[in-house]
Design a protein around this ligand. Sequence first.
Ligand SMILES: Cc1cc2nc3c(=O)[nH]c(=O)nc-3n(C[C@H](O)[C@H](O)[C@H](O)COP(=O)(O)OP(=O)(O)OC[C@H]3O[C@@H](n4cnc5c(N)ncnc54)[C@H](O)[C@@H]3O)c2cc1C
Length: 385
Amino acid sequence: MQNADFDAYRLSEEHEALREAVRALAEKEIAPYAAEVDEHARFPVEAREALVKAGFQAVHIPEEYGGEGADELAACIVIEEVARVCASSSLIPAVNGLGSVPILLSASEELKKQVLPSLASGEAMISYALSEREAGSDAASMRTRARRDGDDWVLNGTKCWITNAGESTWYTVMAVTDPEKKANGISAFVVHKDDPGFEVGPKERKLGIAGSPTREIYFQDCRIPGDRIIGAEGTGFKTALATLDHTRPTIGAQAVGIAQGALDQAVAYVKERRQFGKTIGEFQGVQFMLADMAMKVEASRQLVYVASSRAERGEKNLGFISSAAKCLASDTAMQVTTDAVQLFGGAGFTKDFPVERMMRDAKITQIYEGTNQVQRMVMARSLLR
Ligand SMILES: Cc1cc2nc3c(=O)[nH]c(=O)nc-3n(C[C@H](O)[C@H](O)[C@H](O)COP(=O)(O)OP(=O)(O)OC[C@H]3O[C@@H](n4cnc5c(N)ncnc54)[C@H](O)[C@@H]3O)c2cc1C
């Protein structure tokens, strides 16, 4: 924990040790490159190497597939601590989670054995491909098709906004197998980057998380072996939604990390910056801002930890708590990073300090894995059921 004074929730010793280890690694091996990764919109290779070397790139992969077998709370702690210094880099563990949870939840043992060991060793990364240009919030209206051809599946269509596309080896892809059945006619597949008919598009030019490539991916008669379907035909959309119940808390964790990073920067700055003959941290107006920022960060962190712990226990009806954690934490990250820029004054508006990057990076957490309007729809649906 950043400050034991506002630690209401006791983590286990293992979780605390993990946080310390990831924080040390992030500060030493990821933070020094964060500004330059953002400036040049380049993939954070140093972060990937450091995370793989320490075994933090996909801690949730079970031991039987060569992984660490860490729980969902531990996965959140890794993402949070990396995001505290570099949000782009935190998408390495976050999207390894997002892409592989459908496999963990629903794939055959053979498919798990094909994919998961390469994620555990760090040899490969995986992306998650649900969204299309015309099917974002309404993801079930997707057009990408998969049809059987002998023993194989043949995919046609375009997915967009795919995080880490071009860097990943594996892609978990949702596609329509029976258009008549709407959401129940969607199936999930695993595509390899070398499968014939698969291609990645150019990088999107973005407001934030510039170091994490976001691209379209194209399937032109892309042929994959029959055993690369995840679960039974027609269960892909259910698997995609069940995945989000587990991974929305990880986006919450990313948001908490970004917010904590901005708060730490702001606390350090107000102790140094002097105006009217005093440090600005001596002004009550500034103190109240800091208190509100820290209060919201801690409330968000607790909700993220509760949501991930409940997901780990496999509780039913995770929709409300997962959406609440993602929504509160990302709204908090946006507010806290904006306030951090404010506390830096003019300096906060320049690239000489990291808070403007954190503010730009925070914005995406309100948009992806379902916009915060969609999170509120999920929460309201659960209340009114
Ligand atoms: C950088 C980045 C990375 C991404 N990574 C991935 C990824 O790896 N894999 C993947 O599959 N997708 C990814 N996405 C896609 C992301 O999940 C979608 O952008 C998001 O779900 C919103 O869809 P949309 O962009 O089509 O917006 P739209 O659905 O067009 O929404 C536009 C606006 O309308 C609002 N809106 C829509 N419907 C409703 C409603 N019923 N009620 C109220 N408001 C509504 C939305 O909240 C939003 O404010 C990524 C997106 C970005 C920008």
